[in-house]
Design a protein around this ligand. Structure first.
Ligand SMILES: Nc1ncnc2c1ncn2[C@@H]1O[C@H](COP(=O)(O)OP(=O)(O)OP(=O)(O)O)[C@@H](O)[C@H]1O
Length: 331
């Protein structure tokens, strides 16, 4: 069943009386089996959107539609939406197996069927060896996987994840991304995953919606977001590094990705400047070059100039993005 959010608006009356617009007219759709990732800076409205889909927040305007059913006024418990939060909330007095199976048991499934299903989903999320433990005996990442297993034990109409990997270390994160993808494919339901880690968004999403200030700036495939960012804001948010944005003539801002800038000897290039910083970044190096504006460049270690050196910076014409200096929109 597909998920649609139409013209969703939500404001909050904050402490002291100020009005905060959390959702400012959101239109989004996630198809069956699609993983839609929502990415955006802190306070952009990601959690509010997820909570509105789940029914934990009422919309001021707009609709939430699951399949053909308008669920805007349906309470959370009757929406058939499964949600995993940032902090996995497990029942502390129940063992891991019981935590995973509790929903199925509550729905009246037979004990034996539930046990088999618990083992199956625990195996796919690599928590089978933890089934006899209590939640207090688990690490943060293990707790998170148990919480995922609890959601994924049945097939909900929609599955929502709110930064479920936030407290997980880098290596496990990488593995869990793959596991979430695999389980999600097998469930075949729309999944909406919120993160502020745009690399994770690009790695996991079939499509990625970039949010800022309660709006969706662009919603597209990871490749399209990288190659054709619709605005300067998207160009800064999406990609391994923020895009360099350089004011040019005729009200144009030229964008060029740090990984596409080449550095040569003085005079060799579109601009010349002085190297102001060299920062190691794993296999590669980030350098800052002060030309008319500061440029960020990612380059291999072997070719790195020294701080204070004069260099030329250049890029291919096809790696240039053009934006309107006033509206920030792609030209
Ligand atoms: N209950 C509330 N009362 C008042 N303002 C709220 C409430 N919940 C959210 N907001 C405000 O709405 C805006 C959107 O918040 P939201 O939590 O959806 O952002 P977010 O993108 O999920 O942020 P983060 O990445 O930090 O979790 C923020 O300005 C926030 O301060």
């Amino acid at each position: 069943m597909s998920l649609r959010v139409e013209a969703a608006r939500k404001g909050f009356r904050a402490y002291g009386g100020a009005h905060v617009v959390a959702l400012d007219g959101i239109d989004l759709e996630a198809a069956d089996g699609e993983l839609l990732v929502i990415v955006g800076p802190s306070g952009s409205g990601k959690s509010t959107l997820l909570r509105a889909i789940a029914g934990l927040e009422t919309l001021d305007e707009g609709r939430v539609v699951i399949g053909e059913r308008d669920v805007t006024d349906v309470p959370a418990a009757r929406r058939d939406v499964a949600m995993v939060f940032q902090e996995a909330a497990l029942f502390p007095h129940l063992g891991v197996a019981a935590n995973i199976g509790i929903g199925e048991r509550a729905r009246g499934a037979k004990r034996r069927d539930v046990e088999a299903r618990v083992r199956e989903v625990a195996r796919s999320l690599d928590v089978e060896h933890l089934l006899q433990r209590m939640p207090g005996e688990l690490s943060g990442g293990e707790r998170q996987r148990v919480a995922l297993a609890r959601v994924m034990i049945r097939v909900p109409a929609v599955c929502l994840l709110d930064e479920p990997l936030a407290s997980v270390d880098a290596e496990l994160r990488l593995r869990m991304r793959g596991e979430i993808r695999a389980v999600q494919r097998s469930l075949g339901v729309p999944m909406v995953h919120v993160t502020h880690d745009q690399l994770e968004a690009m790695a996991m999403g079939d499509r990625v919606a970039v949010m800022d200030h309660g709006r969706v700036l662009q919603c597209d495939t990871p490749a399209a977001l990288y190659e054709q960012p619709a605005t300067t804001a998207v160009a800064r948010i999406v990609g391994p590094l923020p895009m360099n944005l350089l004011p040019a003539a005729d009200g144009v801002v030229v964008g060029v990705r740090p990984e596409r800038v080449r550095v040569g000897k003085d005079g060799d290039g579109k601009r010349t400047g002085t190297v102001t910083a060299v920062e190691p970044a794993g296999e590669e190096c980030l350098i800052r070059v002060q030309a008319d504006e500061e440029l960020l460049v990612r380059m291999p270690w072997g070719e790195v100039p020294k701080v204070g050196e004069q260099v030329g910076v250049a890029w291919r014409a096809e790696d240039e993005h053009h934006f309107d200096a006033v509206t920030g929109r792609r030209r």
